[in-house]
Structure formats: structure tokens, C-alpha cells
Design a protein around this ligand. Structure first.
Ligand code: ADP
Length: 308
């Protein structure tokens, strides 16, 4: 176990209310140096509030935060020079070029990374002269990350870095985050994409309603909750979904019904399939057999799907 001072980011019992809303309701976690740590949860779970408190941009009602062992109260400037943040609100000047925008931020730091190097890192060198307003969503996100990296930070915060991006732009950003990790940078990111957390994160905290409901590596979480294979299908409109009957099928460990979507978690797929086909009075539509994912873990823990 790391000492408080050795965690890259350490958060203890953080709480923040907005009126009656407990946006953050007792969140504690530590991110070790060089780790990619994800906060995963649906909209409104409290991820942005947490990250902005950790960054010292909002004040908590109670709780402690340390970054590289330091508190904002005592070492705000040293923290600021050691970290980089890409927030949903990162400001941009639409009539500046990519190069000008990065230079503007680089000028704040005596030890800033060269602008060309930053553009190469985020794959924007050929867009150096393009105006910010003409960039695609993915390019703009990469520019925001380049800005977060100007001071060569050892800890980087990314708040929903890929929200709203197409799959290709998302993959490009994943590669960028993995290259940060390879260079030893600590990354704390928030996301509501399960796949993103599975691909990138060494550990994830699953956040729901201001609390961390589980925290571990994606593989350990899937293994803990699901040693089973998922059999998924859609119940035909009008057909009654008899959960008890489904649960009694051979090999079935758990059944989750989400609207018309039915998921059976089975330890013996052939046996479950044959007994399912015996009892199914209608054709089963869109049937898929797949490994369990973090989405299944979230559904099992919270009883709700991430998209609700
Ligand atoms: P997430 O980042 O997981 O989507 P947020 O931290 O943005 O979640 O929000 C958590 C909760 O706090 C939500 O219910 C949200 O509406 C509320 N909230 C966030 N910021 C404010 C604010 N400035 N004023 C009032 N309520 C807020």
C-alpha cells in the first residue's frame, strides 16, 4: 500500500452538495504514479465535480485532496506546474491557428515543451496553420490535450476526452493516451464509455450517484462479477418476459431484463441455449453470445444501464 505522499493523486472522503443534490457523496481513491485511472459512470454521476475539486477549480464541502503529495492550500503553484488538464470547458479562440493557440499557453511556462513537438504528439502538425474554428471535433480535442501537455506534466487530467467523437477520432485519442502512459505519465480520465475504460485503464472506479460503487482493474471487475458468458436477445413486442422461468434454465446464473433486451449469464452455453429454445414460444430476435463487459458489471451493480 502506498503512503499518502506517494500517490500521484489521492482523494479522501470528498463531499459536495448543490442544494439537495449530493453531487459527490464520499469519494475516496488513489492513483499510483504511471497509472491510467478511469472514473466511469453515467451523466450526472459526479465525475466532473470530482475532477474539478481535485484540480482545485471547485471547493469541496469536506474531504482531502493531494496531488503528488501536495495540498492546494500549501502548494497550489507547484501543483499547477506539475499537472495538465483537459476539461470540457477548455477555452479556445476560434480565430487563432493551432500553432498560435499552443504557443499562447506555452508562453506561460519557462520550461514549456516545443510547440512543434506538441503538435507531433497529438498528430496536428499538418494542421499547424488551420484556424481553431475549422477543426473537427476530434482535432479540437487533440488540441486541448496538446495544451494540457505544454508544461510536460507528470499527471494529466482528461474529462470525457472522447465524448461526441466518431470511432476513428476516438481511436486516435486512445493511441495518444496510451503513448502518454508509455512515457510514464499518470492519467486520470473520466468517461461514460465502457469500452474506453476497458481499453485504456489500469484501474477503474465505477461511479454512480456521487459514490464509487466498485474499483479495480477492468479484468478483475469482469471476473469478479461475471465468470459467465452473456446470451443476449430481444423479446418480441407483446411477449411476456418470465424472469423466473429464464432463471431456472440450465446453466443460467443471472438474468437481467432491460426494456425488451434480455441478458442471460450462463456457465454452460450449449445447455442454456437448448433449454432456452425449448421454452421460447416466439422467435428470439437479435440473439448474440458474448463475453461479459464492464457494461454488464455496471448493470449488475447498479441495476441500471449506463445509457439511462
Ligand atoms: P458527471 O460529470 O458525472 O456527468 P457532474 O459532476 O457534472 O456529473 O454532476 C453531478 C451532479 O451535480 C448532477 O446532478 C449535476 O446536475 C449536479 N451539478 C453539477 N454542477 C452543478 C452546479 N454548478 N450547480 C448545481 N448542480 C450541479
Amino acid at each position: 500500500m502506498l503512503d499518502v505522499l506517494n500517490w500521484a493523486v489521492w482523494v479522501k472522503d470528498l463531499k459536495k452538495r448543490y442544494g439537495n443534490v449530493k453531487a459527490v457523496d464520499g469519494i475516496s481513491f488513489g492513483v499510483s504514479p504511471g497509472e491510467v485511472f478511469g472514473m466511469l459512470g453515467p451523466n450526472g454521476a459526479g465525475k466532473t465535480t470530482t475532477i474539478e475539486i481535485v484540480l482545485g477549480l471547485r471547493t469541496a464541502d469536506s474531504g482531502d485532496v493531494r496531488i503528488l503529495g501536495m495540498t492546494h492550500a500549501e502548494n497550489h503553484r507547484r501543483i499547477a506546474s506539475a499537472i495538465g488538464a483537459q476539461l470540457q470547458t477548455t477555452g479556445m479562440y476560434p480565430a487563432h491557428t493551432v500553432r498560435e493557440m499552443i504557443q499562447l499557453f506555452a508562453d506561460f511556462y519557462p520550461e514549456a515543451a516545443p510547440v512543434d513537438e506538441l503538435m507531433d504528439m497529438v498528430g496536428l502538425r499538418e494542421k499547424a496553420g488551420a484556424l481553431v474554428k475549422n477543426l473537427s471535433g476530434g482535432q479540437r480535442q487533440r488540441l486541448a490535450i496538446a495544451i494540457a501537455l505544454v508544461n510536460r506534466p507528470s499527471v494529466v487530467f482528461l474529462d470525457e476526452p472522447t465524448t461526441g467523437l466518431d470511432p476513428q477520432a476516438r481511436r486516435a485519442l486512445w493511441d495518444l493516451i496510451l503513448s502518454l502512459k508509455a512515457s510514464g505519465t499518470t492519467v486520470l480520465l473520466t468517461t461514460h464509455y465502457m469500452e474506453e475504460a476497458e481499453q485504456l485503464c489500469d484501474r477503474v472506479a465505477i461511479v454512480d450517484r456521487g459514490r464509487i460503487v466498485e474499483m479495480d482493474s477492468p479484468a478483475a471487475l469482469i471476473n469478479k462479477y461475471f465468470k459467465h458468458i452473456a446470451i443476449e436477445f430481444e423479446a418480441p413486442p407483446g411477449a411476456e418476459v418470465d424472469t423466473d422461468k429464464l432463471r431456472s434454465l440450465q446453466g443460467v446464473g443471472n438474468v437481467v431484463v432491460d426494456g425488451r433486451k434480455v441478458t442471460l449469464y450462463s456457465s454452460d452455453v450449449p445447455a442454456t441455449m437448448s433449454s432456452l429454445l425449448d421454452v421460447a414460444s416466439h422467435a428470439l430476435r437479435h440473439m448474440v453470445v458474448r463475453q461479459a463487459t464492464l457494461e454488464d458489471v455496471f448493470l449488475k451493480i447498479t441495476g441500471r444501464s449506463m445509457r439511462q
